[in-house]
Design a protein around this ligand. Structure first.
Ligand code: GDP
Length: 424
């Protein structure tokens, strides 16, 4: 059985908690895209952890955690995360790394910083983790695969050739110090012994596991609106955030994915620039941000305050459609308990016409939210585990949204802890 856990909108929907829970009975958890640019927060018996690159099944002693081929793999970060987990009582984390995964190179991070500086007020709000330069190199075929570390001649030649082009840009576009291929080679070669115990042919491993009927979780990063093909381009990320890509980024058959859990938060938040139709501002936003403090409304990677907004049915319906959702996990509904009334965005008005279809970016910039206002429930709902025990208005909120987005909400999360969950 293969399940994917992915985000409906901009990310930060609470995928970490849902993955951590579903990982409890998973044999394998895989990261299939992205890098150390986004973070998951997990609260469990070991404490509270911000994971960036490590798959969320890492806390389960029986789960094998895999860094899939689609990931932008940052070795120093990986080592740091591994040590951080070991220091916090996790004795023997089980991790495997795809032998074809590509390496985040020191110059990717430098280029990310230089390019954002060059773009100045037109910058993307990158986390400067090197993600865009990394994926650019991958598709320009100048990336470095982890297997190259074990073939010194190949590694040397590939680094030299990558540096040639980069040095032209450094000299003439960015006016920054040039790269020394020899020094980079030495630095990167130093990664070899650190990763060697973990590098395997994960495709063979996974396909064997499938034959044995193992339970596999595919763990997505960010959300559908950050997908470079279908999202709010160009304010997207640089690798696909969709469940469909999970098959590619992990190396398993597309038809093996039986369940797609799309995580949607009961209100909206976003980091970085780009249109955000249901966005709210000022005191109203600050109150929601602070109330949603547990829901990490300050970025895990950057600590930046997130942009806040009401739930957006247009964006979420589109995101769920792209993901091929079988189940929606609806999170952080407890955060809304302070409100007398809760606006929900049910349509976009563009040039005087109301639509429920998520538009292309130039039209998205013009869209104004059409809100419907639902009554609040004004009582603490944390820890309730039966759907029927939720206040009527909380149930009405869930059911209203379920109808608008057109996908079944089968999980409702009403707090950051594992136990704060309702299965419908
Ligand atoms: P991800 O990027 O989608 O994985 O989002 P995170 O895992 O970073 O989740 C964001 C935050 O929401 C974390 O601090 C979680 O502990 C918290 N969280 C998850 N589910 C809930 C929930 O149902 N209620 C509240 N209040 N917080 C939640």
């Amino acid at each position: 059985m293969v399940k994917a856990i992915v985000g409906a909108c901009w990310g930060d929907e609470g995928k970490g908690k849902i993955t951590d829970m579903l990982a409890a009975d998973a044999d394998i958890v895989i990261r299939f895209q992205g890098g150390s640019n986004a973070g998951h927060t997990i609260i469990n018996d070991y404490g509270k952890f911000a994971l960036h690159q490590m798959p969320s099944g890492i806390f389960n002693p029986n789960t094998v955690n895999i860094i899939g081929t689609g990931v932008a793999f940052n070795v120093p970060y990986f080592v740091k995360e591994l040590n951080y987990l070991k220091e916090n009582g996790l004795e023997n984390p089980k991790v495997l790394i795809s032998d074809r995964v590509q390496l985040m190179m020191p110059y990717h991070i430098a280029f990310d910083t230089y390019e954002e500086a060059r773009l100045s007020d037109k910058q993307f709000g990158s986390t400067k983790s090197g993600i865009a330069p990394f994926y650019s190199d991958k598709y320009a075929k100048t990336g470095i695969q982890i297997c190259d570390l074990f073939h010194e001649d190949v590694l040397k030649e590939r680094i030299e050739s990558a540096c040639q082009v980069k040095n032209v840009l450094l000299e003439h576009l960015y006016h920054k110090p040039l790269l020394d291929p020899e020094a980079i080679y030495e630095e990167v070669l130093g990664y070899r012994d650190l990763v060697a115990p973990y590098v395997v042919n994960t495709v063979e491993y996974l396909n064997q596991a499938l034959k044995e009927g193992k339970t596999i979780l595919l763990e997505g990063q960010l959300g559908a609106l950050k997908d470079p093909d279908h999202g709010i381009f160009p304010m997207t990320t640089s690798s696909s955030t969709l469940a469909g890509f999970a098959a590619v980024g992990a190396g398993i058959p597309p038809h093996s994915i039986e369940k797609v859990y799309t995580v949607a938060k009961a209100y909206s938040s976003a980091v970085g620039g780009g249109a955000f139709v249901s966005e709210i501002f000022g005191d109203e936003a600050q109150e929601l941000r602070v109330r949603g403090g547990d829901a990490g409304e300050f970025g895990v990677t950057t600590g930046r305050p997130r942009r806040m907004g009401w739930f957006d049915c247009v964006a979420t319906r589109y995101g769920c459609m792209l993901q091929g959702t079988t189940d929606v996990a609806f999170t952080a509904i407890d955060v809304l308990s302070y409100l007398d009334e809760i606006p929900v965005c049910v349509g976009y008005e563009i040039d005087g016409v109301v639509t429920k279809e998520f538009p292309v970016t130039p039209l998205l910039e013009k869209a104004k939210p059409v809100f419907e206002v639902l009554p609040g429930w004004k009582t603490n709902i944390r820890g309730i585990t039966k759907y029927e025990d939720l206040p009527e208005n909380a149930r009405k909120y869930v059911e209203f949204i379920e109808k608008e987005i057109g996908y079944p909400i089968t999980i409702v999360s009403n707090g950051p802890k594992r136990s704060e969950i309702i299965y419908r």
